[in-house]
Design a protein around this ligand. Structure first.
Ligand SMILES: [Zn+2]
Length: 302
């Protein structure tokens, strides 16, 4: 009996990350499939030529990836091994049944990322960094990777706190990272899914039409749909909005409406420059939404 417990305990302590080739294949496969699919069935009309915009987003993404490798990976991965070994954090104390451990860890990481996303909009210092992601004049799979390297850098202590306080081990951390990547690529994509399919998916996961509303220039619409994986968090907090037709959404932030204002050098410098007043167009007007069609509340077509 004792022996069984000991080996089980040892097993629990030795959770491994899912292999890099597996998560890499899943994420890159999803990315490639979405690039092809969004070219065939675009959801929104483009403002900028796609190739230049994609290359710019990928350049921003390369700097972020280097920042994550240098600052996040060396902190967060050893930390996840440590919390598991030392039994630190909520999940390590709760000791849920094994089958529940992984889904619970992924859900809690997803919820605390919702909280972080709200903070990046509400705290002026963080919005200055997150705005680079929102200043994209179009929304597509490459927008999912366009985060300023400074935003990635300041998120490291938060990510470390998530892992330590929730008690997330290496396996759960790597599963969450893989699911998160796939999810953000999917819901930023400019992919027109059949609206009926999206209406069926949105009670559970974030979809392209739902996240499109979060990237609107209208303030009340940006301040909604903060979830990154499961939509339950927006439901719980009353921040879910599905009533805006995608055709009426203008993507971006009101201050920068012209492609010359969002070139690579400008967006990299954006957090360090004087910030324009929030959610006001260059002519001083505030973007507002007129009356919305009352009949369909979930992804109206009009
Ligand atoms: Zn956002």
């Amino acid at each position: 009996m004792n022996h069984t417990i000991t080996s089980r305990e040892r097993h629990r302590c030795a959770s491994r990350r899912i292999p890099g080739w597996l998560s890499g294949t899943l994420v890159m496969g999803a990315f490639a499939a979405l690039i092809v699919a969004e070219a065939r069935r675009p959801l929104r009309r483009k403002t900028e030529p796609k190739l230049g915009r994609d290359l710019r987003n990928l350049a921003v993404a390369a700097l972020s990836a280097a920042t994550l490798r240098t600052l996040e990976t060396p902190v967060v991965e050893p930390l996840s091994r440590l919390v598991e070994r030392r039994r630190f954090g909520l999940l390590q104390w709760l000791r849920p049944p094994r089958w529940l451990e992984l889904p619970l860890a992924v859900a809690l990481m997803d919820y605390t990322l919702y909280v972080w996303h709200v903070l990046t909009h509400r705290v002026p210092f963080l919005w200055r960094l997150h705005v680079v992601h929102h200043a994209d004049l179009d929304l597509s799979a490459t927008t999912a990777l366009r985060f300023h390297f400074a935003e990635m850098a300041v998120s490291v202590p938060y990510r470390a706190a998530q892992v330590a306080l929730l008690g997330v081990g290496p396996r759960a951390l790597s599963v969450w990272q893989t699911l998160l990547f796939t999810s953000i690529l999917f819901h930023h994509s400019n992919l027109r899914l059949p609206v009926r399919l999206e209406r069926r998916l949105v009670p559970f996961i974030v979809t392209p039409r739902m996240h499109g509303i979060h990237h609107s220039i209208v303030e009340e619409e940006t301040n909604s749909n903060w979830s990154s994986g499961l939509t339950v968090w927006d439901r719980l907090h009353g921040t879910l909005r599905l009533d805006v037709p995608q055709r009426r959404v203008t993507i971006g932030v009101p201050a920068w409406r012209e492609p010359v204002e969002v070139t690579l050098s400008r967006i990299l410098a954006m957090p360090f420059r004087r910030q324009p007043p929030g959610f006001v167009l260059p002519d001083g007007r505030r973007p507002r939404r007129g009356r919305l069609p009352a009949l369909e509340r979930v992804f109206p077509r009009a």
